[in-house]
Design a protein around this ligand. Structure first.
Ligand code: FEO
Length: 390
């Protein structure tokens, strides 16, 4: 790994995980990721801000050795192991270093990483630490996406080290964002998969940092922003209550009947000027589905009835949408059955977290016939009407 200078006395150590394809054994990473540690050298002390995922810890230790620095402080913005997991190795190398974090993070670091609590100092919201000519301010930004998270603001250089907050899973050789569209996409995916359930606390955190003079946002995943408005404006949009005139249709079909219904509904919605994002759950990347849920006003789940209930792929999509808690306002269910079952009741039971108005489902027997297509037209009309009202 190459150390990269951000400004005088401030360095980035972005460890790339180019070929990582899954996070938490759940989240797809089509673009890999990075774990960014930062080194801030003051006149008298040096701080390391966040570390790296344990499998990459030797790269970080090598960088610190090449820099020939002594680490006095390890700032742990977040206790999750992809940032904190190398703290024990850094402490072994620099046994006099003090770990700085929130009180909740202190408890987590002792529980998850077995770090001696005597080595950890908990800091209050907005407290500061002088390194000599460089002042770190610790801003508590809880629930992005764990309860203990904070951001660190370097007052003299106007740099916000935000850890997961405002980050993106994107491995790139560029230190700063060069390709805005690529980064926007990766950051939106990251928001959708990880941050979306915490939209309201994130809104509060956005409010908390809005008056800071920020020249650079330095997250601990993905490239840095030297034009902070790129990501701040995007987050304002994502965390707002505004929804778009869009319908997301996660669906699965076994013998083509539900698919025929989905295809008819897609055309019916398009004819009414509504943007449609269908996802065939047999092949879809769930990250793409999560991204679509960031903006859409409506979700329609399409599933056949199998073994008296919804298809397991539809159960997974409904469970995921329920867990991600998008700002979606309306929901419906469509699908075909052979001889009966309780598919709609099961799906409804799975999406109780969603603050949605349920539009009458369209559930039919066998392959759709003329009357069934008529019901889908009426569903499209109802969605059109609801979208108009907002
Ligand atoms: Fe990148 Fe929540 O860890």
């Amino acid at each position: 790994m190459e150390i990269k200078k951000i400004t005088a006395g401030v360095y980035a150590a972005p460890t790339k995980h180019w070929d990582r394809r899954l996070f938490d054994e759940l989240v797809p990473l089509p673009d890999g990721t990075s774990y960014n540690a930062y080194i801030v050298k003051g006149d008298s002390k040096t701080a390391l801000i966040d570390t790296v995922e344990p499998s990459k810890q030797q790269e970080l230790l090598d960088v610190l050795q090449d820099m020939n620095v002594n680490i006095d402080y390890i700032i742990a913005n977040h206790a999750e192991q992809d940032h904190s997991g190398s703290i024990p190795a850094v402490l072994k190398r620099y046994p006099n270093a003090k770990v700085i974090c929130t009180q909740k993070c202190k408890v987590m670091l002792t529980e998850h990483l077995l770090i001696n609590e005597d080595l950890i100092t908990a800091v209050d919201d907005h407290s500061t630490l002088s390194l000599g000519g460089k002042t770190l301010e610790f801003i508590h930004t809880p629930w992005v996406h764990w309860p203990e998270t904070m951001s660190t603001y370097l007052q003299e250089d106007h740099i916000l080290f935000s850890c997961d907050f405002l980050g993106s899973h994107l491995a790139t050789s560029e230190l700063f964002v060069k390709n805005k569209a690529e980064t926007y996409n990766a950051a939106k995916r990251y928001y959708a998969e990880i941050m979306m359930p915490f939209r309201i606390p994130i809104r509060k955190n956005m409010e908390k940092i809005k008056d800071l003079h920020i020249d650079i946002i330095a997250p601990s995943h993905g490239p840095l922003y030297d034009k902070p408005e790129i990501i701040l404006d995007a987050y304002q949009d994502w965390v707002s209550d505004d929804v778009k005139n869009e319908v997301v249709i996660p669906f699965v079909s076994m013998h083509g009947s539900t698919e025929a219904m989905v295809n008819y509904l897609i055309d019916a919605l398009i004819k009414r000027g509504i943007k449609v994002k269908p996802f065939n759950l047999a092949v879809t990347d769930i990250g793409e589905l999560a991204m679509a849920l960031v903006d859409a006003a409506t979700i329609v789940i399409g599933t056949p009835t199998v073994l008296a209930g919804p298809h397991p792929n539809a159960v997974y999509a409904a469970y995921l949408a329920n867990a991600l808690r998008p700002k979606t306002r309306f929901a419906s269910i469509i699908g075909s059955y052979g001889w009966g079952g309780r598919m709609t009741e099961d799906i409804k039971g799975l999406i109780k977290n969603l603050k949605v108005e349920l539009i009458e489902p369209v559930v039919i027997k066998g392959y759709p016939k003329e009357d069934d297509f008529g019901m889908l037209d009426r569903l499209a009309d109802e969605i059109f009407k609801k979208h108009k009202e907002i």
